[in-house]
Design a binder for this molecule. Structure first.
Ligand SMILES: [Zn+2]
Length: 152
C-alpha cells in the first residue's frame, strides 16, 4: 500500500530531480543515490567510490529525502525508478575542460550550469520523461496488484 501513497504525492519532485541528473550525465550522483538508498552503503564509502565528498553525498541524499517527504518514501522511489532512470541518455556532451554542449539546442556552457540550463530551457523534455517513468511505474503497480503481490 505504501507504494500507492508515494505514487500520488511526492514522486514527481523526486523523479524530476533524478531525470535532470540523468539528462546532464551525472551518473555518479545517480549511482551514489542508488548505493545509499538501495544497498545501504555509507556516505563515506560512496564518496570514495565516486570521487565525491561525504558532504556532497549527504547533500544529494538530503535533497531526495526532502522531496520525497521521508527517507522511507525516498528509498521506495529511488528503488522503483532506477531501472527507468538509468535508461535516460544525457542531452549534454563534454567539450573542452569543464564545458558541455547541449545536444538539444547547441548551446555551449560550463558544466556547472547545465542543470539550470536543462530546467530552464528543456522543462518540457524533463516533464515528458517524468510522465513516462510514472506511467511505467503505474503499470508495474497494476501488474503487481493483479498478481496479488505486495507493491511496496
Ligand atoms: Zn539546450
Amino acid at each position: 500500500m505504501l507504494w500507492g501513497i508515494v505514487l500520488k504525492s511526492s514522486i514527481e519532485a523526486v523523479l524530476e530531480y533524478l531525470v535532470v541528473k540523468a539528462l546532464v550525465g551525472r551518473t555518479d550522483v545517480l549511482n551514489a543515490l542508488q548505493e545509499y538508498f538501495i544497498m545501504n552503503r555509507s556516505p563515506s564509502v560512496i564518496a570514495t567510490r565516486y570521487g565525491l565528498s561525504k558532504h556532497q553525498v549527504r547533500g544529494y541524499v538530503q535533497r531526495v529525502v526532502e522531496k520525497a517527504g521521508s527517507i522511507v518514501k525516498a528509498r521506495v522511489i529511488v528503488r522503483k525508478s532506477t531501472p527507468y532512470i538509468s535508461r535516460i541518455r544525457p542531452i549534454v556532451r563534454h567539450t573542452s575542460y569543464g564545458m558541455v554542449r547541449c545536444l538539444v539546442c547547441g548551446d555551449e556552457m560550463p558544466a556547472i550550469v547545465s542543470e539550470d540550463h536543462v530546467r530552464k530551457h528543456h522543462q518540457g523534455l524533463v516533464e515528458e520523461y517524468v510522465a513516462t517513468v510514472i506511467q511505467l511505474l503505474k503499470r508495474e503497480v497494476l501488474k503487481s496488484r493483479a498478481k496479488g503481490g505486495i507493491d511496496a
